[in-house]
Each structure stands twice: as C-alpha cells, then as structure tokens.
Design a protein around this ligand. Structure first.
Ligand SMILES: Cc1cc2nc3c(=O)[nH]c(=O)nc-3n(C[C@H](O)[C@H](O)[C@H](O)COP(=O)(O)OP(=O)(O)OC[C@H]3O[C@@H](n4cnc5c(N)ncnc54)[C@H](O)[C@@H]3O)c2cc1C
Length: 351
C-alpha cells in the first residue's frame, strides 16, 4: 500500500484536471482496499474511490479527504466464467477474453478505465452493456461493514446507471463476475447498425471475435474514443452528456420545437427506451444548437472528432471545462427545451 500526502489528482484522470487530495492511498489487494475504506469511515474522513479516472471531473481545489486508487489485479477464467479484480484495466481484459475465444464484451473494447468501475454506470457501447454479461458484483458494503455479493438483479442496472451510481457512498467494488459465451470463435450477434455497416453484415449476424473487436476499436479511434496521450481529443471523459430519455409528452413537445426551429422535414433521432419513453441523441441536440465539432476558443473545447466529448486542450482548468459544459447545457435548453445531464461523476464541483 502506497501513501502520499497533498497528492496531485490531475495525472490520475483522463481530463488531466483537478487539484490535490489531502491523502492518496494506492491499494493493490482487496484487504488493503477494505482497510483503507474502514479507516476513512472510522475517522469520518471523506473518501474518493479512483479507478482509471476516465469518468471523473475533479474540482480545481482538489479533494479534502482520502483518495483511494484501486490497483488490484486478477483475471480468472473458468470455462465461460470470468472474474476480474476491480483494478484490472478493462480494455486489456476484453482483449484477453477475445483471445480466449469468448463472446459477450468484445464490442466494449477500447473503453478506458478499470473493471471495477464498469458496473457503476453500466458501461456500454456499440450495442453491448456490461449488465448483459455480469452475473455478480463482489463489493465492500460500507453501511453493513462487510463484503457482500450482489447478483445481477440486485444491481438495478439501467442506461448508464446502477444501484452503485445511485448510492455512491455505499459500495466499493472489489470483483466483477461475468458469464461469457463460447460461440466457436464468433462474436455475440452484432446489434449496432454502424458496426454492422462497417463489418458489411446485417444486424443480428455474428462475425469472428477478433474482427468485431478490431472494427469497434477502429470506429472508436476515428471519434477520439480510444486514449492517446498525444491526442487532445482524447483528454476527455468520453461522452460528457447522457442521451436524454423523454416521456411521450416531452417527446411530442420536443418534436414541435424541432419543426419550429429546423423545419417540418427534420426528424430528430428517436430510439425506443421502454414503455412510454423515447431516447434521443445528445450529440444531435448539441450539434443542432450550434455547438459543432471543435467548438470553443479557450483551453477547453468540444472534441474535433466527436460533438459529445468535451476536452482539455492542454492548459484547461476544471472551471474552464465546466464553463464550456454550462454553455452547452444552456444552449441546448434554449434551442430545444431539454436539459442535458452530465455522464462523468463530479467531485467538489457541480455543473
Ligand atoms: C476516451 C473515453 C471514451 C469512453 N468511452 C466510453 C464508452 O464508450 N462507454 C461508457 O460507458 N463509458 C465510456 N467512457 C467513460 C469511462 O471510461 C467509463 O465510465 C469507465 O468505466 C470509468 O472507469 P474508471 O476506472 O476510469 O472510473 P473512474 O473515473 O476512476 O471513476 C468513475 C466513478 O466510479 C467510481 N469507482 C471507480 N472504481 C470503483 C470501485 N472499484 N468501486 C466503487 N466505485 C468505483 C468512482 O468513485 C467514480 O464515482 C469513456 C471515457 C473516455 C475518457
């Protein structure tokens, strides 16, 4: 276990933003994680869990408390069952499942961060979400002060959300268990239209696992969605806003605003999102409100490759980033009456 004081947190985040933590502990075993959490709880010290820092916006003043970086390791495959320690690098673990010939997470290749953070916002991309393959999450329950095993059904997974995100002070994820599929070296059925198009197959078809993974990585790279320290378009948290889910009534009002503003022939993106609900595209809303790729003149700008990613061009502060985010939220609200919600977790700041 490593311990540092007045430790800068910016280098631990993909935004490279945020002030120092009073104390930074790096834990490499579950026992160290639990000991650090217990100590913080016993002394009433605020606690911030950090995995890969790829979904965190930390305020410029930093964090007054203990930041606990989870650096545990463990990749255990037993047939089609996989158990990952929370600190495992997610995209490396995906590569290993593909090498092992197992399907289920191949389209989640390239998502930065740790395995332990994947259940927090039910990470998803290109037609897959971890909630489809996670069987159990082993976590330290800070309320019960013991390690618990939560079945998939107890995790309350939904679009970019879960029980863990809803109750952030309660669980520290230690291990995540998955059930993958042995489909003779083939991927899970390709669900996402863009991936199917790139692969030259129909949605629902299966393709060789490695081809699925490589295609997704290529698509992601073209959008600045694979980390590259040389490329400021990837100094981000990926998508900064979630796609809004509207009730039927809200969608009708939105449709009317679109017609009024852009003409009756313009059809806004609409995807079914459960009984009486429709999901629309945050990227479309941002773009149509006038915030196009590369928008901004300061040190925080919209990515030149993806409208949904806010980025640090190198010298930004968290306040610069938040000013841009607030400008986008206000612009979209004025144009379409929809209030965008941030996807990354904010620490010591609010949008
Ligand atoms: C370039 C880029 C592309 C991205 N693309 C996608 C994408 O396609 N799909 C997607 O869903 N996300 C995407 N993201 C967001 C991000 O990668 C994921 O949310 C990822 O799971 C965050 O993991 P992390 O370890 O970096 O978490 P962190 O940023 O370190 O933490 C995020 C939150 O989870 C909590 N947390 C972390 N680990 C634990 C743990 N073990 N126990 C309890 N709480 C914990 C933290 O306290 C914090 O609240 C992208 C980010 C970037 C930078």
């Amino acid at each position: 276990m490593q311990e540092l004081h007045d430790a800068p947190l910016a280098p631990l985040t993909t935004f490279r933003l945020g002030g120092p933590a009073t104390r930074l502990i790096t834990a490499t075993t579950d026992a160290e994680v639990i000991a650090a959490v217990r100590e913080a709880d016993d002394t009433g010290t605020p606690l911030l869990i950090i995995g890969g820092g790829s979904n965190l916006v930390i305020g410029d003043k930093g964090f007054a408390g203990t930041a606990l970086r989870i650096a545990t390791t463990g990749f255990a495959l037993d047939g089609t069952r996989l158990e990952l320690a929370a600190g495992e690098v997610w995209t490396d673990a995906v590569a290993r499942t593909v090498e092992a010939g197992l399907a289920g997470v191949e389209c989640l290749a390239g998502i930065p961060g740790s395995a332990g953070a994947t259940p927090i916002q039910n990470v998803g991309a290109y037609g897959q979400e971890v909630s489809s393959t996670i069987t159990e999450v082993v976590a330290y329950d800070r309320r019960a002060r013991e390690t618990v095993t939560l079945a998939n059904a107890d995790c309350a997974f939904s679009y970019r959300h879960s029980r863990f995100k809803a109750d952030p002070e309660r669980y520290v994820v230690l291990r995540v268990r998955f059930e993958l599929e042995d489909a003779d070296g083939l991927s899970a059925p390709i669900k996402y239209a863009e991936t199917a198009r790139s692969l030259g197959v129909e949605p629902g078809d299966r393709v060789p696992l490695a081809t699925a993974r490589e295609t997704v990585l290529k698509l992601r790279s073209g959008k600045g969605m694979v980390l590259d320290p040389e490329d400021h378009d990837t100094w981000s948290a990926g998508s900064f806003f979630t796609n809004p889910i509207l009730t039927d009534e809200e969608f009708t009002a939105f449709h009317a605003r679109v017609a009024e503003r852009l003409g009756t022939d313009v059809v806004p993106p609409a995807y079914p999102a459960g009984e009486g609900h429709t999901k629309t595209s945050a990227a479309w809303l941002i773009d149509k409100s006038g915030f196009t790729k590369g928008y901004g003149s300061g040190p925080a700008r919209i990515s030149t490759k993806h409208t949904l990613a806010l980025t640090n061009r190198g010298r930004a502060t968290t306040e610069d980033l938040l000013a841009l985010a607030r400008e986008v939220v206000a612009g979209v609200r004025d144009a379409f009456g929809i209030t965008l919600v941030n996807e990354p977790v904010t620490v010591g700041v609010e949008l």
